[in-house]
Design a protein around this ligand. Structure first.
Ligand code: NAD
Length: 485
C-alpha cells in the first residue's frame, strides 16, 4: 500500500490545499492499493505559479538541451533499475498483465526518455538560414508552461511521451495524471527530484475532470498536451482555441486489422492478436476490428477463436497471465453493455461474452470475439476499451480499405499478406496516423504517432513530438555577422 500525503509542487512535497483524497482501488483484489491527495484549484494555482516562475526566471530553459538531457537520462536509468517494482505498482493501479507491463508500461517509457535525451544533441535548436534578403537566425524556443494531462491505461508511457520532449525543449510542466493512476506519477516525481531537476520544472497534481478543466483554462499555461477520450479532447481543444493556447490531442481509436486473401494465418495471428487484446483491450491502438476475406471468413474465425480461447485470464501479477481485469467496475459495466448491444444488433458471440469462471474477485471480462458483424454496428464503430473484437467480412482489397476508413477514428491499423507490395497499397489507402505491414510494432518512438480525424491533432514521438513543445522565432541578421554558439 503506497500512500502520499503531499503534492509535488515547486520542487517540494507540500501540504495540499484541500482534504479530499483519491483511493486507488486494485482492480484484481478490489482492495485499496494506495492513496494520494486530490489537488484542488488552489493547488493548480500554486503549481502553475511554480512552473511559471521556473520558466520565466529559473535555470531550466536557459540550460543547454544537452544539460537538460542529462537529467532525463538519469530518470531513465532509475526507471530501468526498478522495472519490476514499477510494473507491479502500475498493475496494482489498473490491472495490466505484469509481463506486458514491464515492457510496455516501464521499459518503453525509459526508451522514450532515452530517445529524447539523445535527440537533444542532434536537433537544430538554432539554425542560420541564408534567407532571401540576408542571413536569418531561426531559433526553436520552448513553448513555455505545459499542462500535461494523461489517462490511466498506459500512464507512465504517456507521461514519458509528454515530459521527455517537453523537458528537452526547456519547458516547465504541470502534470495532471488520471485519478485511477496517481501512484506511478508520484513515483516519477520522486525520480525527477532524485535526478536533480530544478525546483518548479515539474509539478504533479492528481485531479479529476473539473480541476483538469481549470488547469486547461489557466492563464499561466501556454500549451496543453492531452491524451484521453475524444469527448474530452473536443472540450479541451475548444477551451484552448478560445484562449489561443497551443494544444495537441491524442484521442481514441477503433483500428482495423486487414487480412488479405493470401494471408498466412499462422504468421499473422501471433502478431495481430496480442495487439488486438493488449493491456486487457484498454489500448487506443488496439486492433479491434478484424477484416477477414469473405471466402476465408470461417477459417479466420476458427483460428482466432482457438487462439483467444487459449489466452490465460487471471491475476495480472502472474507473469504467465495474458488478460487481467478492467481498470474499474464502471469500465466493466461499459464493456458488458457493449456485449449486450452487439447481441441486440444481431452479431453473434463466437467466444467469451461473460465473466471468467472461477474468478470471484476483480473486474474481469472474458476475451470476447463477435462474428457476423457489419461495420455499421455500434460495436464496430465505437471504442469499447475492453477485450472485445469484431470480425467483419470483406470482398477484396478495395472494400477492405473502404471498411477500414468507414470510421470516425484514424489512429492505427494493420495489414497482413504474403504480398508486401499489395499490403503497402492497403497501408497507403487507410487514413490513420500509424499502420503496420506484417508487423507487430504499432509505434516506433523515433517516428511520429498520432491521429487522423477524431483520433487527435498533432504527432507525438520522433522529432515531431519535440516540435509540439517548440516555438519558432526568426531573427534577421546583418550581413557578415555570425552569432556566438
Ligand atoms: P478521459 O478523457 O476520460 O480522461 C483522460 C484524462 O483527462 C484524465 O486525466 C481526466 O481526468 C482528464 N480529463 C477528462 N476530461 C477533462 C477535461 N474536460 N478537461 C481537462 N481534463 C480532463 O479518458 P480515459 O478514460 O482516462 O482514457 C481512455 C481514453 O484515452 C480512450 O479514449 C483512449 O483511446 C484514449 N487514449 C488515447 C491515446 C493516444 O495516444 N491516442 C493513448 C491512450 C489512451
Amino acid at each position: 500500500m503506497k500512500t502520499y500525503d503531499r503534492l509535488f509542487i515547486g520542487g517540494d512535497w507540500v501540504v495540499p490545499a484541500g482534504t479530499s483524497r483519491f483511493d486507488v482501488i486494485n482492480p484484481t483484489t478490489e482492495e485499496v492499493a494506495g492513496s494520494v491527495p486530490e489537488a484542488t484549484e488552489a493547488d493548480i494555482d500554486r503549481a502553475v505559479a511554480a512552473a511559471r516562475q521556473a520558466f520565466d526566471e529559473g535555470p531550466w530553459p536557459r540550460m543547454s538541451p544537452v544539460e537538460r538531457a542529462a537529467v532525463i537520462s538519469k530518470v531513465s536509468q532509475a526507471i530501468q533499475a526498478d522495472m519490476q517494482g514499477i510494473a507491479e505498482l502500475i498493475t496494482s493501479e489498473m490491472g495490466s498483465p505484469v509481463a506486458w507491463a514491464s515492457l510496455a508500461q516501464v521499459f518503453a517509457p525509459s526508451m522514450i526518455f532515452d530517445y529524447y535525451a539523445g535527440l537533444a544533441a542532434d536537433y537544430p535548436f538554432d539554425e542560420i538560414r541564408p534567407g532571401l534578403m540576408g542571413p536569418v537566425l531561426v531559433r526553436n524556443e520552448p513553448v513555455g508552461v505545459v499542462a500535461a494531462i494523461t489517462p490511466w491505461n498506459v500512464p507512465l508511457f504517456i507521461a514519458a511521451a509528454k515530459l521527455g520532449p517537453a523537458l528537452v525543449a526547456g519547458c516547465t510542466v504541470v502534470f495532471k495524471p488520471a485519478p485511477e493512476t496517481p501512484l506511478d506519477a508520484c513515483k516519477l516525481a520522486e525520480l525527477f527530484e532524485e535526478a536533480g531537476l530544478p525546483k518548479g520544472v515539474l509539478n504533479v497534481v492528481p485531479a479529476g475532470r473539473e480541476v483538469g478543466e481549470y488547469l486547461v483554462r489557466h492563464p499561466g499555461v501556454d500549451k496543453v498536451s492531452f491524451t484521453g477520450s475524444t469527448v474530452a479532447g473536443r472540450k479541451i481543444g475548444a477551451a484552448c482555441g478560445e484562449n489561443l493556447k497551443r494544444f495537441s490531442l491524442e484521442l481514441g481509436g477503433k483500428s482495423a486489422a486487414v487480412l488479405l486473401d493470401d494471408v498466412v494465418l499462422a504468421d499473422a495471428l501471433p502478431m495481430l492478436l496480442p495487439n488486438a487484446l493488449m493491456n486487457n483491450g484498454e489500448a487506443c491502438i488496439a486492433q479491434t476490428r478484424i477484416l477477414a476475406p469473405r471466402d476465408r471468413y470461417q477459417e479466420v474465425v476458427d483460428a482466432i477463436v482457438e487462439q483467444v480461447s487459449a489466452m490465460k485470464v487471471g491475476d495480472p501479477l502472474d507473469p504467465t497471465v495474458e488478460v487481467g481485469p478492467l481498470v474499474a467496475e464502471r469500465q466493466r459495466e461499459r464493456v458488458e453493455s457493449y456485449i449486450r448491444i452487439g447481441q441486440e444488433e444481431g452479431a453473434k458471440i463466437a467466444v467469451g461474452g461473460g465473466r471468467p469462471a472461477g474468478i470471484d474477485k476483480g473486474w474481469f471480462v472474458e476475451p470476447t470475439v463477435f462474428v457476423d458483424v457489419d461495420n455499421s454496428m455500434r460495436i464496430a464503430q465505437e471504442e469499447i476499451f475492453g477485450p472485445v473484437l469484431v470480425v467483419i467480412p470483406h470482398d477484396g482489397d478495395a472494400e477492405a480499405i473502404a471498411i477500414a476508413n468507414d470510421s470516425a477514428y484514424g489512429l492505427c491499423g494493420s495489414v497482413y499478406t504474403a504480398d508486401l507490395d499489395r499490403g503497402l497499397k492497403v497501408a497507403q489507402g487507410v487514413r490513420t496516423g500509424t499502420f503496420m505491414l506484417n508487423s507487430a510494432i504499432p509505434i516506433d518512438f523515433a517516428t511520429p504517432f498520432g491521429g487522423f480525424k477524431d483520433s487527435g491533432i498533432g504527432r507525438e514521438f520522433g522529432r515531431e513530438g519535440l516540435e509540439l513543445f517548440l516555438e519558432q522565432k526568426s531573427i534577421t541578421l546583418p550581413a557578415g555577422y555570425t552569432p556566438p554558439t
